[in-house]
Design a protein around this ligand. Sequence first.
Ligand SMILES: C[S@@+](CC[C@H](N)C(=O)[O-])C[C@H]1O[C@@H](n2cnc3c(N)ncnc32)[C@H](O)[C@@H]1O
Length: 244
Amino acid sequence: MKTDYNQISIEYQLSKLQPWRKHVEAYSFFSILGDLSNLSVLDLACGDGFYTRQLKLRGAAKVVGVDISKKMIELVEEAEKRNLLGIDYHIQDVIDLEIKQKFDVISAAYLLNYAKNFEELVAFAKSISKHLKPSGRFVTINSNPDFRAPAQMLRKYGFTRHNESWTEGSPITYRFFQEDNSHFDIVNYHLEKSTHKLAFEKVGMTKVNWHPVQLSPELKKDDDKKFWETMIQTQPIIGLSCGW
Ligand SMILES: C[S@@+](CC[C@H](N)C(=O)[O-])C[C@H]1O[C@@H](n2cnc3c(N)ncnc32)[C@H](O)[C@@H]1O
């Protein structure tokens, strides 16, 4: 079942407040992205703009966000009204994207894991390569294809991750819990690391590097480190960068 973000836009936005998003996901994503000063950035699958806005606040000269969900873009536009950052947003499927501009950096937190097979992954890679400068870099944070831990191991961080099987295209269900123990699910799909490498190579992007997620050094106390050990050891998500 394909996840419809129009139905869960508010719940998803709330899930971005879980501490692991900041201390592991965002810290790792921005470490891979590096210095964005004066660069143009295209943020694909931008959702409610959680990262899109941070890209601009971290110094990017121009930022454009794209998402297929009208409701997610409505949330982004509300945030723009509260604090205008001058970001352009488009409601569009990444596969059909035609922006007549190439960018220094393309970011995409949790887009590639919506591809169910090699062909769909190549379609994403084609759109990315079409909008990236020859000197540019694509950076994503995504479901880690090598994750093998039991679903419940991550429950203490506010979510679980369940792989139906490890065959190509099989569903991965993320269940996010709120404070009152209510929950919602997001379904995406398993494709091996080698499939990702082949898909990007097919569009000429041969520099493909995986980046394990890390814990923010802000959390220096031993008690904190112990709490986060499971996430760093099991690596449910992983960074990926691709270039020419
Ligand atoms: C897990 S959310 C991530 C949102 C945001 N990047 C973040 O990290 O907060 C995935 C987003 O991908 C969008 N999406 C899924 N498939 C897409 C496609 N083919 N084109 C554009 N957006 C897509 C969904 O609408 C959703 O907002």
